[in-house]
Design a protein around this ligand. Structure first.
Ligand SMILES: NC(=O)c1ccc[n+]([C@@H]2O[C@H](COP(=O)([O-])OP(=O)(O)OC[C@H]3O[C@@H](n4cnc5c(N)ncnc54)[C@H](O)[C@@H]3O)[C@@H](O)[C@H]2O)c1
Length: 365
């Protein structure tokens, strides 16, 4: 499969030129959500120029738009507008829009041309890259989807200026995940971050992007090493699914952050991770995601979602675990009792004075 052209530019005019080139002689459709419409679309349309008629398709913000019903509705709309195979779909938004738009791009008329213009940190460094797209099946995350590359990914980091702080933090969870996978200098840069602002995070985008690009270029279809990118996601997706069922709100990154802590504890319990590295990882996650502020459901409430995980083999749990900072392993078969015990240990801890949460969690296992 062709790899997409990727451009990271801080100049809006460059972004507009790249898009105009793609739009030449093509009818253009642009998928976005309400908030991105409000904060980013006007800017983009203005710099592209009003003479390029673009048909805007807008969905509501949030995971509920990544559904079969919305997909159906948009495909019908595209058909009414006589969108053809040679036309262009621009997916402008966070990971929700790039997942939904990518699935439409890959399947409508068996595939039309599409490009991603990610606007959230999470989409810039993760969701818009690597070709995965998907829809949720009710609360089951990404149950339906394909792996298909867009023609191009155009990253304009200044879009982050309007991204709410909670969403910057959400994206930072995936940055931390990439740091645990890569280790080295990138991990060091992550540990040195003192505040989560567009200014502090924009310099991390090229490195964070590169970690994913290197892995997915070797294993696009996730036969092996790409699974490492699912660190934190077995528990994370199960939590996200549970919260979706309860109509409660947790960002994707918050769920992944909690998942990383829990999967770090599981690796420590199995003695495949040193206590030092476990404490370091949990400390960094805890610094930006205060675990005491989350109400975690009992294990039995997330269990059914763990068994929906796409990485499972023969209906048995297979986890992605950190073995060290800079070393992540996949397809690890873990006894359910270990998963349950570590999750419940994490869920039920009580802070002890004069001890960091990370130290306490690891030393009392
Ligand atoms: N395909 C993949 O490889 C992959 C990888 C990781 C995550 N994902 C998926 O990505 C989704 C999460 O993505 P997300 O965190 O970007 O969430 P999101 O797309 O729901 O965006 C979060 C919120 O931020 C708003 N927003 C986005 N950009 C903005 C901007 N520049 N200014 C103001 N508001 C802005 C959105 O409107 C939304 O309200 C999940 O569905 C997850 O499953 C996919």
């Amino acid at each position: 499969m062709k790899t997409p052209a990727v451009n990271i530019t801080n100049r809006l005019n460059d972004l507009a030129s790249l898009l105009k080139e793609k739009m030449q002689n093509r009818k253009t459709f642009l998928l976005t959500d309400e908030s991105v419409h409000l904060h980013c679309l006007g800017l983009l349309i203005e710099s592209i120029g009003v003479d390029h008629g673009i048909e805007i398709i807008e969905v509501e913000d949030g995971e509920n738009s990544k559904s079969i019903e919305i997909f159906h509705h948009i495909c019908e709309h595209l058909a009414e507008l006589e969108a053809g195979k040679d036309d262009l779909l621009i997916c402008l938004g966070g990971g929700m829009v790039t997942d939904l738009g990518g699935f439409i791009g890959a399947t409508y008329k068996r595939g039309i041309a599409y490009v991603h213009v990610p606007t959230s940190l999470l989409a810039m460094i993760d969701a818009a890259n690597g070709g995965k797209n998907g829809l949720n099946l009710g609360p089951i995350k990404n149950a339906v989807g394909t792996i298909a590359n867009p023609e191009a990914v155009f990253i304009y980091p200044p879009f982050l200026q309007t991204l709410p702080e909670i969403e910057l933090r959400s994206g930072f969870a995936e940055v931390i995940k990439h740091g645990i996978i890569s280790g080295g200098n990138f991990w060091k840069k992550i540990t040195e971050i003192e505040e989560l602002t567009p200014e502090s995070l924009i310099p991390l985008i090229p490195d964070a992007y590169k970690v994913k690009e290197t892995i997915t270029s070797e294993d696009l279809f996730e036969k092996g090493p790409r699974k490492k990118l699912n660190l934190g996601h077995t528990i994370g997706h199960a939590l996200e699914s549970h919260y979706l069922t309860e109509n409660d709100v947790i960002t994707h990154g918050e769920a992944v952050a909690l998942g990383i802590i829990c999967e770090t504890l599981i690796s420590r319990k199995r003695e495949t991770l040193s206590a030092n590295d476990a404490i370091t990882i949990i400390d960094i996650v805890q610094r930006w995601f205060d675990v005491e502020s989350y109400f975690l459901p009992e294990y039995n409430h997330i269990r059914k979602f763990l068994y929906q995980d796409k990485k499972n083999i023969n209906h048995e749990l297979r986890l992605v675990l950190p073995f060290a900072i800079g070393s992540v392993e996949y397809n690890i078969q873990v006894e359910e009792e270990t998963v349950r015990n570590c999750y419940e240990h994490f869920r039920n801890f009580e802070r002890k004075e004069n001890t960091s949460i990370a130290h306490y969690l690891v030393s009392t296992m």
